[in-house]
Design a protein around this ligand. Structure first.
Ligand code: ZN
Length: 443
């Protein structure tokens, strides 16, 4: 008997599917080909840097831990065979390591550091090859090695996690999903630990994808028992699913929120920056707001797109001297900018009251006087009084009605990795490969 940790990525096919769906298909195939094994712990669903342009659909990779009489060869061959049946071609990349072998503290750190780099930065393929070689991970496939390896690394990271119960459609069911939406929405809203499943607007079920997708429903939460309870209650009110599984995931945990200096940013590097606003925001057609911020190491243009509302609205009210914290990622700029920073979350750390100088009041009638021209003093528009001498202007401070944050886009506009406001400040369960809960997977 041995324990294996297996990372999978890039198995999504053109007509349907994603790596999570393929994972259950692969486990089913392994079971059918009479390989004795047991799944240990929750399968991990790992989201990587969403700004990388050549990512796979959904940008998700998966890792699973198995115990059984399985060799590297068994697993690698089964993945290839399962892929041939699943998408009629050998797709994706599988990375396999014996858990005993990577139980070495140093190797685990190398893998978890690799995971962190994959979610916050650009990772050259060459680096993934070198790391796989260094820690002794067997690999089959090429293109999606970064994701496959990173999904193994997440297991050793000790990072925050959430859960997603993914249930898949029976392939014989086509077209519109048969779901009692009203019942399902009501049930999912009844649990305090479930989040981002039902949109606040018109109770739209965001847990149910639209169009040709093998997913029937994806329920997100931070308590696995609540997910299972809710699923058991809603299942009779939906078409029958062919397989389902609770994945532990880094999604919606802000795994990319590493502090960076502006001068350290590179294209595709993500993180949290802090800086002072320089100049006025530029508002472009449609409501996109652009702001320049600087710290001691440099300055950068920050983009608050209209899709990130209400962030773009707050950004448009900021002025020179305000201090901000922004979570996001650097991407190629257009036009004059070599690089811009796309905002995903905003905190207004300091927005001092606005100092406004007003003309003095008329000493005769009390109305606000007007300038009578350069060095000509003031005149009163109401009683006509003229004053040629020196009068002090009056200084007032205008309150700035700005939320301090975190300010993030509305539900449904949140990227997979961004932590929604309702989870801010709440303790999240940590991923820990040594504490293995009984998995909840049906395949
Ligand atoms: Zn007057």
């Amino acid at each position: 008997m041995n324990k294996l940790i297996i990372g999978l990525d890039g198995y999504d096919s053109n007509f349907s599917g994603c790596t999570t769906h393929f994972t259950l298909f692969f486990l089913h195939y392994l079971k059918k080909s009479l390989k004795q094994f047991r799944l240990i712990g929750d399968p991990l669903l790992v989201r990587l840097n969403p700004n990388i342009p050549f990512k796979t659909r959904g940008n998700a990779s998966v890792s699973v831990m198995l115990e059984g009489n399985l060799s590297y060869e068994d697993v690698l061959r089964a993945a290839d065979e399962a892929s041939m049946i699943y998408s009629f071609e050998k797709k994706g990349t599988i990375a396999v390591a014996m858990l005993d072998y990577v139980s070495d503290e140093k190797k685990r750190r190398v893998l978890s550091d690799f995971y962190r780099k994959s979610v916050t930065d650009f990772v050259p393929h060459k680096l993934a090859e070198e790391i796989a070689e260094e820690v002794g991970v067997a690999v089959e496939g090429y293109k999606s090695l970064v994701g496959a390896l990173a999904s193994i690394g997440y297991a050793f990271s000790g990072d925050d996690s959430t859960f997603e119960l993914l249930a898949y459609r029976d392939p014989r069911n086509m077209g519109e999903r048969s779901v009692d939406r009203e019942y399902v929405a009501r049930e999912l809203l009844a649990y305090e630990s479930l989040f981002n499943n039902v949109g606040k607007k018109k109770n739209r079920l965001v847990a149910i994808p639209r169009g040709p997708d093998p997913v029937l429903i994806g329920i997100r939460g931070i308590d696995k028992r609540d997910l299972l309870k809710a699923f058991a209650k809603i299942s009779p009110h939906m078409e029958k699913s062919s397989s389902w599984c609770v994945f532990r995931s880094n999604q919606h945990t802000d795994p990319h929120a590493v502090p960076r200096k502006i001068g350290e940013l590179r294209v595709y590097r993500m993180g949290v920056i802090e800086g002072v606003v320089v100049g006025k925001p530029v508002i472009k057609k449609g409501g996109h707001a652009f702001l320049r911020i600087k710290d001691a190491s440099g300055d950068i243009e920050v983009a608050f797109y209209k899709e990130t509302n209400p962030m773009n609205v707050v950004a448009s009210k900021l002025i020179s001297g305000d201090v901000l914290r922004v979570l996001g990622g650097a991407v190629d700029g257009k036009g004059d900018e070599a690089m811009i920073f796309e905002a995903e979350k905003l905190w207004v750390l300091r927005a001092p009251d606005l100092e406004v100088k007003l003309n003095p009041k008329c000493p005769k009638c009390g109305a606000r006087m007007e300038s009578a021209g350069k060095e000509k003093g003031f005149k009163c528009p109401k009683c006509g009084y003229r004053f040629r001498g020196k009068l002090e202007k009056e200084t007032i401070f205008l309150k700035r009605e700005l939320p301090s944050g975190p300010i993030s886009p509305l539900e449904g506009r949140l990227r997979h990795i961004v932590k929604p406001p309702e989870l801010d400040g709440r303790p999240l369960p940590r991923v820990n490969f040594t504490v293995t809960e009984e998995p909840a997977c049906f395949f």
